[in-house]
Each structure stands twice: as C-alpha cells, then as structure tokens.
Design a protein around this ligand. Structure first.
Ligand code: C2O
Ligand code: CU
Length: 568
C-alpha cells in the first residue's frame, strides 16, 4: 500500500535524520574528585586543591563533535566551579562554569555534572576552576582529535605530547588574593613557573625533578602547549629544535616555522616537533613576556627535558634554548603577526562582514579610593581594573539564573558601547581617568548578530598586554595596532580573508585589537582579561545573547540540579 510505504519511509528518514543530527558524536564520562593533596615544590611542602590528586589534573580526550559528561565531586573545603575554556557548548551556558556568572559554586560534600558539548573545536583546549584563584592548581588539558573518519590537515604525527605551563605559589592562592583585595595592593607573585607541574632544574630544590619528555629519534610529535600561568604571558622554546605551529585555540592555522612562541594565559598552541637532533638531552624552557614597566611579576625560567631514547652517554651539559628577552615586544609581535587561519575547504572560516553590534572597550587598570588612604596600592589607594570605566562587580546570584528567571536587581543590561568618559587612552592619562565606576552591567545582543569588539589598551597606572578572553565563542582576530584605534584608518588594516579563529587574544600594550564573531550561541557569556589579578580587580563584563525564534536557536533548559546559590 503506497501510503503505508510512504509513511514507513518518512518515519525511517526522520529517525535517520535525528540519529545523524543528534547522536553524531560519542559520549564520554569522567569523574573529577576535588581533593586536597600534598605537593613539594621549590623547597616547600603544602596541601593544594587538585583533581584526582594530580597536578596538572586529568586530560579529557574526545573526537570533534563528541559530548563529555564530567561529574565534579567537591571533597575540598570551599565551593568552586569548573570552566571548559574554549568549548562553545552550544545553547548550554548552564555548563560553562564561571562562578556567579553561569552558576553558583559546587559546595563541599556535593557534586555537579557538567555536560560539555563539543562542536567545531579541533585541537587543544583546557579546563580550569573558575572561582577566585583556584585555577592555579585545578586545571588540565582537553585534547580534541579529528572526527572519526577524518584526519589532520598535515601528515599524521607519530605521537602526541601535552605541555602545560603553570604557576606555583608557596602560599595558599585563596589567601593571596583575599589579602591583596583586602589591602588594595598587588597580590604576591608566584614562586615558580612550571611545566607539567614541575619547576625544573633552574629553581632551588628542583634539580632532578624536571618533567621529562621521552622521544624517539626521527619521529614527529604533535606537542600541545597550554598556558595555564596565572598572571604572565610566556615565551617558550626547545633547544636546537624547530617548532611548526599548526593550530591555536583548537583551530588550524597556516603552519608557522619558528624557534620560539609567545603564548598568553588562556591560549593553546599545537606544534609539530621532529626529533631530528643527535640523540641527547635538550631543555625546553619558558619565561614571561612582560612589556609593562613596574608591573610586579615572576621572572624565573621553568625547564623540562626532551630526552631521546637509545644508547648514548648522558651529556655533561644540556643545551638551553634562547628565549627572547622578557620585555621584547618586537619578538612577541613578530611571532603573533604570522598567525593566520588555515582557511581551507575542510576548515573554512566565516568572518561576519555585516556588523550589527559594535562595542569599543577600553581595557584599564585603575585605582579605587581607599577609605582612610590606608591601602597598599598607588597613592595609598587600592588597585582596581575596568572595561569602559566600569569595574565589574560579581553578583551573589549567578547572572544566568537571574536572566533566565527574570530576577531584577542582580545585573543591569546597560553596559555601554563606549567608555563612560572617553579620554586619550594611550596618551598621558590624568587623574580624572584613574578611577572607575562599579557595577554588574551586561551587554544584550540579538541572536545571529554580527558582533565587533574593539579592545583598546590604555596607559593608566601601568600599560601592558592584556589577554582578553570570551566565553561561549571563538572569534576572528581581524586586526591589531599600536596607539589609539582610529575609526578611519584602523579598519583599513583588517584581515577579513584568513584571520585566526581563537578564544583569547593579547591586546598589545598601549594598542588595540579588533575581534568579530556571529552571535549564534544564546546564553550568558563572561568576557575578561585572563591575567588572574585583573579578573579579580574587575576587568570583566558579560554578554547576554538572546534566544532566536526557534527551539534550535534557543538556550537548552537548565539541568535538573544546578548548585544552589546560598549555602544553608
Ligand atoms: Cu579560561 Cu573565564 O576563563
Ligand atoms: Cu589584563
């Protein structure tokens, strides 16, 4: 019977369609146990918060398009959240993680399962705690392999390796930021940089404990480098070995052959390394890139050892790579300027050409007036930071919940498209520009809009490079420059052909950076500088992307058990 057959075909087709569109990727399950664990580094032992007792924490490995369920069990002493840095999590801000932005903290003795939905990310990302300074020890890699049946846009590497750059503090990180916010001064700088949790041979009491990467002569490796450092951008290199950078922030780029990279906190880079040197031991090393003057920061060098397998006599001297000098902004620019999207048929780009929302954001470190001029910051005031003269105040109930339920009084939707008080951003700034307003202001964006944000670095207090990060999206970096952004001349320099698609960009010191993206992910998305002390001081805001007209363009409903916002 014709009708019956047609019907059966339709049902089959529908089921097939649902299968293809929904259950495309595999599902993975992970258990994260947040627990206090003892570690000894740079001559001191302390208890730190870890995931499953390791530093860095476990690696999440998926194929492009998969979904991971991560059950976070908090066995520590304070509430905390986890963020999946660079994962867009389409329509699912409920699992994005920033504390009191998309959820309240997971309280000790409780657990919460994140549903992390991968879409077009391919390469390396990472996860980290997103509550105060807990990410110092609570972080790990996310490896996203090509989808089943597809391959890399380069010869398949023989093996892979992950290197996470981190910060080690002798003190308790939660206490360090609490104290700094209370007295208004700069937080203590870290006591070491680390590679995969180890400071390396150049730090005291660390000789012989450096991380070792064993390689076979002749093999080509895909080295995934993640900058999880708290407050410093980094140069990184491997002695005698050429680096071929092939991806940034889980998006392929045109290969760059270089002897060093500059990587900001939040960024990831995939690098091909061929073990083609005489079998021996070679150092990989990293120290900060810091072009700000009088900005307190850690200035040590962390090392790890690339050790060739085989029979040879252990070298008496292990060569160190030559890293650019700490303040060498030319070296940083020379590397960064080469980054262009692969923009191939298999990995196309889609830069919005029509812009509906254009937001100019002045990025500044500020002063906050201190009650009785008794603070440790400049002028006896407290250090502060802002976007468009507004220092972001983290609310006590998450913005996402307030938005979803229509609760008043948690945030306002009037984040301005220009600074409240425009000034000569990169000139000699006067006292009137030193202070900022305070508030929890969000910028509303319609679904599907083409969005352009111009981050303008400023010269207040201490000009420096700021790694700006946006949740929920990757975006195209279409242009950067020094000085004040110029409405006429600056846009003429934009690259709309093959700009890199990334989630974190370093805004040059006293310069600007323009990003573009399509607002096709409804939800509440945090924007902030990824230098942790700047985040803490208020260099943050929130973008709220409204739902579209269909279910497929609207936020998913919240999971059944979001962590409650007040502990009882
Ligand atoms: Cu990697 Cu809001 O963070
Ligand atoms: Cu910053």
């Amino acid at each position: 019977m014709g009708n019956y057959n047609n019907m059966a075909f339709l049902v089959l087709a529908l089921v097939g369609f649902m299968f293809l569109s929904k259950a495309n990727g595999a599902i993975h399950y992970y258990d994260f146990h947040l627990q206090e664990t003892n570690f000894t580094r740079v001559c001191s032992t302390k208890s730190i918060l870890t995931v499953n007792g390791t530093l860095p924490g476990p690696t999440i490995t998926v194929n492009r398009g998969d979904t991971a369920f991560i059950n976070v069990h908090n066995q520590g002493y304070y509430g905390l959240t986890v963020h999946w840095h660079g994962v867009k999590n389409p329509r699912n801000p409920w699992s994005d993680g920033p504390e009191n932005i998309t959820q309240c903290p997971i309280q000790p003795g409780t657990n919460f399962t994140y549903e992390v939905i991968f879409s077009n990310e391919e390469g390396t990302l990472w996860w980290h705690a997103h509550s105060d300074w807990t990410r110092a020890t609570v972080h790990g890699a996310i490896v996203i392999l090509p989808a089943a049946g597809t391959t890399y846009p380069f010869a398949t590497p023989d093996a892979q390796e992950t290197v996470i750059l981190g910060s080690w503090f002798k003190g308790d990180v939660m206490e360090i930021i609490k104290e700094a916010l209370a007295n208004g001064g700069d937080p203590n700088v870290s006591d070491a940089f680390t590679i995969n949790g180890q400071p390396g041979d150049l730090y005291s009491c660390s000789n012989g404990t450096a991380y070792r990467w064993l390689v076979d002569y002749g093999k080509t490796y895909l080295l995934r480098v993640i900058n999880a450092v708290m407050n410093e951008e980094q140069f990184f290199a491997i002695a005698n070995h050429t680096l071929t950078v092939v991806a940034q922030d889980a998006s392929y780029i045109k290969p760059i052959t270089t002897s060093y990279i500059m990587i900001t906190p939040g960024q990831t880079m995939d690098i091909l390394v061929t073990a083609n040197q005489p079998p021996s031991h070679y150092y990989m090393a990293s120290h900060s890139f810091m072009d700000g003057t009088n900005v307190s920061h850690h200035n040590g060098t962390t090392t790890a050892i690339v050790q060739y397998n085989g029979n040879y006599s252990t070298p008496s001297i292990t060569p160190l790579p030559t890293l650019p000098a700490e303040a060498d902004s030319t070296a940083a620019d020379n590397f960064t300027k080469q980054i262009r999207a692969l923009a191939s048929e298999e990995h196309p780009i889609d830069v919005p050409l029509e812009i509906h929302s254009r937001i100019f954001m002045a990025v500044a470190v500020n002063e906050r007036i201190c009650p009785n001029s008794s603070c440790d910051g400049p002028d006896n005031n407290a250090l502060s930071a802002s976007l468009n003269n507004i220092s972001f105040v983290i609310p006590s109930v998450d913005v996402l919940q307030a938005y979803y339920q229509g609760t008043n009084g948690v945030y306002s939707s009037n984040f301005p498209d220009n600074p409240l008080n425009p000034y000569n951003y990169t000139g000699n700034v006067t006292s009137s520009t030193i202070y900022s307003d305070f508030g929890t202001r969000a910028r509303m964006i319609g679904y599907g809009e083409g969005v352009e944000i111009i981050f303008q670095g400023t010269n207040i207090i201490a000009a420096e490079n700021h790694p700006m990060h946006l949740h929920g999206f990757s975006f195209y970096l279409v242009g950067t420059g020094y000085g004040n952004f110029d409405n006429t001349t600056s846009p003429k320099t934009y690259n709309l052909v093959d700009p890199p698609e990334v989630n974190t960009i370093g805004v040059p010191k006293n310069g600007w950076a323009t990003i573009r993206f399509k607002a096709d992910n409804p939800g509440v998305w945090f924007v902030h500088c990824h230098l942790e002390r700047h985040t803490s001081w208020g260099m943050d805001t929130v973008l709220i992307v409204r739902n579209g007209n269909t279910t497929e363009t609207s936020m998913l409903p919240p999971p059944a058990h979001m962590p409650p916002c007040s502990k009882s």
